[in-house]
Design a protein around this ligand. Structure first.
Ligand code: 5HY
Length: 250
């Protein structure tokens, strides 16, 4: 199967690191195609960044679906913890589309009665908290905690960065009385194994979980419903720089 892995920020080193994390867990028969938008923020650390990242996700999925040359993806993973553009993406494909936050929450809820999220900038905690509400995990998610580590500082994360994430996770486990940690950034995929060994609790990397869930859904022949709000967008003209995003006449 062909899995389109979209890093919604425009950092090539991070796209590479996320692709490595995905390939490390993907089945041998899964082809991971990792892409990033042609425009937008180098990292996503707030609402404004997310607005452009969501459009970048739509750009890359349409390109992947409409480049007649290559077969369309069998599944899609949005590798940013805000799940930017997740529902828009589900409108424009029949393939299953997974966001790493939603996938991470589902996995954690099957492994512990309560979990905590450890993320990057404290200012983005509200984004994760709103996803917890939207996806219906308010009974399982016992806290979202920022480390104020910038997303791009995860690229060559030295011991200080790992120690800080470990410390925040330990405090979260005790304060929240939770039994598992969900990593709140795709860039933390490279740190999951070390943190699991150090913390001794399930540490969920949304990139890895989303890849395996996507493979499972595709293997079952299950895809995004085209009945109701995830139906293909209505034909629409877009203007200005967004004119390529218009939806063609059926
Ligand atoms: C992410 N930002 O996973 C989010 C993490 C965050 O560029 N990739 C980003 O801080 O929301």
């Amino acid at each position: 199967m062909k899995l389109l892995l979209i890093n919604p920020n425009t950092s090539s080193p991070m796209t590479h690191a996320i692709a490595q994390g995905a390939k490390a867990v993907a089945a041998p028969t899964t082809e991971i195609v990792a892409v990033q938008p042609s425009f937008g923020p180098l990292s996503i650390e707030g609402h404004y960044d997310e607005a452009f990242a969501a459009a970048g996700v739509a750009e890359q999925l349409r390109l992947a679906q409409e480049s007649g040359a290559n077969p369309a993806p069998d599944a899609v993973v949005i590798a940013c913890f805000g799940d930017p553009g997740l529902e828009a993406a589900r409108e424009i494909t029949r393939a299953p589309v997974l966001g790493i936050a939603e996938a991470g929450f589902h996995a954690a809820s099957m492994l512990a009665t309560g979990f905590s999220v450890v993320t990057t900038m404290t200012r983005t905690c509200i984004i994760a908290e709103r996803l917890v509400q939207r996806y219906g995990f308010e009974h399982q998610c016992r806290g979202v905690h920022g480390t104020d580590i910038a997303v791009l500082d995860l690229e060559d994360a030295g011991s200080t960065v790992i120690d800080q994430i470990e410390q925040t996770a330990r405090e979260a486990l005790s304060r929240d009385r939770s039994g598992a940690i969900v990593l709140g950034c795709a860039g933390m995929t490279t740190l999951c194994q070390t943190l699991t060994e150090r913390l001794g609790v399930p540490v969920i990397d949304g990139v890895a979980v989303a890849v395996k869930f996507a493979e499972a859904l595709a293997a079952l022949g299950l895809g995004t419903s085209k009945h109701g709000d995830y139906a293909t967008p209505l034909p629409k003209v877009y203007t200005g720089w967004a004119s390529p995003f218009g939806w063609p006449k059926r």
